[in-house]
Each structure stands twice: as C-alpha cells, then as structure tokens.
Design a protein around this ligand. Structure first.
Ligand code: FES
Ligand code: FES
Length: 153
C-alpha cells in the first residue's frame, strides 16, 4: 500500500510503486483536472505540485510522491493561485482548455518564486507548458495581470 497526500487528504492506495502519479490522480482518485498530453514530460498538461514545486505527473512514479504533499488543480490555494485563476478568467485565456490546468499550476509557482516576472522570465518559466491553441499571449497578459493584482498599492 502507498500512502499519498493529495490536496490535504491522505489516501492509501493499492498500486504498483512505478505507476505514474498522473494515473493515480485520474484513475484512482478521480481528479480529472490534471490532463494527459504526451506522457513523456514534454507538454506540461499533467503538471501538479509536489511540495509546492511543479512536476510532470506523467513521469513521476507514485512511490516518489509518497511522503510529499501533492497538489492538483482541484486543490491549489493561496493568494497566487487565486490571482492567477481570476486573471485567467478576466483575460479569457483558455481556448479548448486542455492545457490550461497545467498552465495555471505552472503560473502559480512562477508568481510564488518571482512576484513580478518580466516577459523573458515568463517565457523561460512557462516554456515547457505547450498550448496547441496558441494562447501564449493571453497567458503572458494574465500572468502580468495576476502579478499586478497581488502587488498593487
Ligand atoms: S502529459 Fe506529462 S508532460 Fe505531457
Ligand atoms: S487552450 Fe487548447 S491546448 Fe491550450
């Protein structure tokens, strides 16, 4: 059995240790906001937080997440997450939406680490999160908007 803390709730799971965290999240815990895109850590659709750091859950064995705090799009909280989600809505960022939970999970960590990122810092940090609809301009605008909302005054 593997014990896994996801969004503050501890689950005991009868899964093979090398099962990708993504499939535990989706198939066992039925949290469907985290998406499968490429399966090879190349697109970012499956991004979750492991102790506050963004990881590709498609390439993270569940055993390596045991003992850490896993956060998915369903459970992400805090001022940065709230500001990002509000900016995403205001800027109407999503098109098909498939990549967006991964984008939001990445952007939240970016703003925790870099409160007022430049365009270059946004591009650098968000580089591994692919959007097939090409919403990159709106993502960048929304990140600036979220940063401004967090640090106004
Ligand atoms: S599905 Fe994990 S990076 Fe693409
Ligand atoms: S909004 Fe469609 S892939 Fe990003």
């Amino acid at each position: 059995m593997i014990k896994l803390d996801v969004n503050g709730k501890v689950h005991e799971l009868d899964v093979s240790p090398d099962t990708p965290l993504l499939w535990v999240i989706r198939d066992h815990l039925k949290l469907m906001g985290t998406k499968y895109g490429c399966g090879i850590a190349a697109c970012g659709a499956c991004t979750v937080h492991l102790d506050g750091q963004p990881v590709r859950s498609c390439q993270t064995p569940v055993s390596s997440a045991a003992g850490s705090k896993v956060t998915t799009i369903e459970g992400v909280q805090g001022p940065e997450a709230k500001a990002v989600q509000e900016a995403w809505i205001a800027a109407e960022v999503p098109q098909c939406g498939y990549c967006q939970s991964g984008q939001i999970m990445a952007a939240t960590v970016l703003l925790r680490q870099t409160p007022k990122p430049t365009d270059a810092q946004i591009t650098d940090f968000m580089n591994g999160n692919i959007c097939r609809c090409g919403t990159y301009q709106r993502i960048r605008a929304a990140i600036h908007q979220a940063a401004a909302a967090l640090h106004k005054g």
